[in-house]
Design a protein. Structure first.
Lengths: 238, 238
DNA sequence: CGCGTGATTGAAATTTATCAAATCGCGTGG
DNA sequence: CCACGCGATTTGATAAATTTCAATCACGCG
């Protein structure tokens, strides 16, 4: 695989305030800048497979990726939804334990593993920010476990929609009903996210529509007339 | 809450090789030692509730604790099983997002939040080790999500038993069949761990027993004549 | 305009939960 | 040392939720 890679000035970076480099001083940024390279990935492409050796870690600059794990018979569960500014990879370890797939077209800001490991030792602000991001991810994972283990199909769908709204809509926009969300992933991916089948996802979406909680426009757009009503369906905690 | 707290010399610490302080130099240990205090917690007691302010973080020295989250109607999902050497709490944040309960009698090695936050900034080896532990926890959480979202009840039980064996048995002991494990938690806790009901847990244990995969001795002891056979039931990946 | 992929709908099967009752394990007091 | 009692566990019958299998529908594209 020899795709075109390139480099872009950090000062224009859309994720500079939230990514792993967010806390860096200019001189630290310069050091990171030297080892970084951009890498585009087309939607649907596999970034890495479970067990594979990956010689870089990366920040997602734009696009959506998914992390997933599978059983031998093909059942798969998404275990991470990776949005812009999120970090991919594990410093200090060569292999990964899950598949990474580009859900949409993706731009990665990659760092070769070796130099990045060294940077982690030398730049406290990177290590600090990475630790904080891991804690946030852990909190999200725990919410997700509650969803997977205990929520009903309807609650799962509602929770998912609430999550999508929270991630894509500015807080103040929530006061102007109705809210619109664009789903970044297919029904199949939603099913893998929620531990359901495609059919159940579809059925629950129509059920919510028939109950007036949402309306659907095309396959990827959801309109929510009353966000609170949707949250009530989600079993709270989101 | 005014329990007896006390302090113990780090050199006798049973978890010194795996805890958050594992990488510390003697002088770093000394700094940690100054702010630490031991705290015993009785089995069944609540260590902290979701949303509560907690003014310390801690390592588990001995015993087992659980992290769990609940929906308003009482459905509960365990989101973490905390064993000796594991770390509890989130530096840099005052409140926690899940309940923490002592499953067995517990000894905690606590650090007041404020000084610990400062130590995180000053002692690179603590920060480094904590980051590594978080990555491990994240990996475990992702395996757990696959289990919750996609495994059948039987596979969940088998996976749980495999996990218990791996955590409590030395690798070389696995070659000497049969393997014995002591379950650290009740059926109810197992159900909360696996996203099942008590009844299903009980039924699947009986089913595995009838199929000759395990045998049960009392309520807390499991004997596994053929560990590989059990792993086969777990759907691998564990 | 037909094809193909993704989504929806329907009917039946399966898994797991729920409700109810019996039994077990174990510590306690006689 | 043993009967008693209580909580934990197991077992049974039934109900509910979700999956599975099958068919149809919708829409973008060549």
């Amino acid at each position: 695989m020899k795709e075109s890679t390139f480099k872009v000035d950090c000062s224009y970076c859309p994720i500079k305030h939230r990514a792993v480099c967010a806390r860096c001083e200019p001189d630290e940024l310069e050091i990171l800048n030297e080892i970084k390279y951009y890498k585009p990935v087309a939607a649907g492409e596999t970034v890495a497979l479970s067990g594979e050796r990956v010689d870089y870690v990366a920040s997602v600059v734009s696009g959506v990726a998914s992390l997933s794990k599978s059983l031998e018979d093909g059942r798969t569960q998404m275990v991470g939804l990776v949005l812009p500014s999120d970090f991919i990879g594990r410093p200090g370890r060569e292999t990964i334990a899950h598949d990474v797939t580009a859900v949409t077209d993706l731009t990665l800001c990659c760092f070769h593993r070796k130099p990045f490991d060294k940077i982690l030792e030398e730049l406290p602000h990177v290590r600090e920010r990475l630790l904080e991001m891991m804690f946030d991810e852990m909190d999200a994972a725990r919410d997700w476990m509650l969803l997977l283990g205990r929520k009903t199909a309807r609650e799962k769908i509602a929770s998912f929609l609430v999550l999508m709204v929270n991630r894509s809509t500015l807080p103040k926009e929530l006061f102007i009903a109705p809210v619109r969300v664009d789903l970044p992933i297919s029904r199949d991916a939603i099913a893998n996210f929620l531990g359901l089948t495609i059919e159940t996802v579809s059925r629950q979406l129509t059920a919510l529509r028939k109950d007036g909680i949402i309306s659907l426009e095309g396959n990827r757009e959801v309109i929510i007339p009353d966000f609170q009503a949707l949250k009530d369906e989600a079993g709270l905690s989101d």
